[in-house]
Design a binder for this molecule. Structure first.
Ligand code: DX5
Ligand code: ZN
Length: 228
């Protein structure tokens, strides 16, 4: 079954010292770095775009940028993000005017060499991801807060969707994002999530190394219960 991965969300970091903040998390055992791109349209806030990703790519050796695209036109940013060094590209199914276009978008993402992922917001059921789409992507993202800002409260009502998707897609990476920390990672891991995003819980931690290894341990202890 898929391996345990931790992806710290830079939204909780000091943006004026982004390179060092990311290096610190990688040094603490994080394999990925979660880059929250917001465009002021799909969500009200604006964070960063491809130029910032390119600077991180240049500054941080071997960085795996897990790009969470909270943008209204996900097809528009695939090439810029790939050229900036993005390694994984997550689009929101809610951002597509025609969900049946998702397959073409996944092909476009894959043509750049990036991994492709699809995200569902709290109001979107897991059934919005068709079998064909789920089988085509590399990762599924179940949001556990309404996308738009960091530091929000975890929504436990989203967790059953993780279990539904784990059952349908036993070998895929399943990511959770939003309000995840030491107290909430357990239910996500037991439901079948193997990729943990955390902002506040990691950048605010006194000892991020211990939090990251605890996340990985909780995933590894849960996988026997996934029934896959
Ligand atoms: C929310 C973002 C999340 C968020 C996570 O819109 O997609 O990645 O920053 O931050 P925490 O862990 O603080 O909720
Ligand atoms: Zn995110």
């Amino acid at each position: 079954s898929p391996q345990a991965i931790v992806s710290p969300s830079v939204l909780a970091s000091n943006f004026a010292d982004l390179g060092n903040e990311i290096k610190r998390m990688m040094h603490c055992g994080a394999q990925w770095v979660h880059m929250d791109v917001m465009d002021g349209h799909f969500v009200p806030n604006i964070t960063m775009g491809a130029p910032v990703l390119a600077s991180v790519h240049k500054t941080v050796d071997n960085v795996f940028m897990d790009c969470h695209m909270m943008v209204a036109e996900p097809e528009k940013w695939v090439k810029p993000v790939a050229e900036a060094g993005g390694k994984s590209y997550t689009f929101h199914i809610e951002a597509l005017s025609k969900p049946e276009n998702a397959a073409d978008l996944v092909d476009l993402i894959h043509s750049t060499g990036m991994r492709a992922a699809v995200a569902i917001s709290p109001d979107t059921p897991s059934s919005a991801i068709s079998d064909d789409l789920g089988n085509k992507v590399d990762m599924l993202l179940v949001m556990t807060v309404v996308p738009g800002k960091g530091g929000q409260k975890f929504m436990p009502e989203c967790v059953p969707k993780v279990a539904e998707l784990r059952k349908r897609f036993p070998s895929k990476d399943i990511q959770v994002d939003g309000g995840v920390g030491p107290g909430t990672v357990g239910c996500c891991a037991r439901a079948g999530s193997n990729v943990i995003v955390a902002g506040t819980a990691l950048f605010g931690a006194e000892k991020p190394t211990e939090v990251i290894s605890d996340f990985k341990r909780q995933i590894d202890e849960s996988r026997t219960g996934w029934g896959t």
